[in-house]
Design a binder for this molecule. Sequence first.
Ligand SMILES: [Cu+2]
Length: 176
Amino acid sequence: MKTHHIPFITLLAGASLFLFGCGPKESASDNTAAATPATAATAPADDASGVKTVAITGGDNMKFNLTQITAAPGQEIKLTLTNVGTQPKTAMGHNWVLLKKDADVAAFDKASLQAKTTDYIPADKKDEIIAHTKLLGAKESDTITFKAPTEPGDYPYLCSFPAHYQVGMKGILTVR
Ligand SMILES: [Cu+2]
């Protein structure tokens, strides 16, 4: 009998070790973030002061590593965008632009095409912007601090460098 039980128990122990080993992963690895776009927020949790810290990257694949960010109404957000790509800014610049809930993102993106002199931030659409970073070249980063909208809902963000929105360099900030 005993010779029958031991392998079964060993198997159980091995299975539970495996389960613990695959526990929740709270943070994305910097090395894989650019290559594998995440579909859920993997940003760090709020700190003690209630400020939400968000680290977002964009690379030569023309994708953000985060396509979903969640914040509480009115919460302060400290967001850092890093361009992890290698190409020149004129060919592959990235920014992060958060728009109002009802903004027409496609129309905003279209207007951005004509706004090269202002780093693809269209002056006539500024009232649709909640917050935005600078346009970044390879290995540059920019940190901005702003308050999440007080009204719950989904707020679109995008990179307004030409063609990047069309190929999917975008995401949603959900306020709830
Ligand atoms: Cu971009």
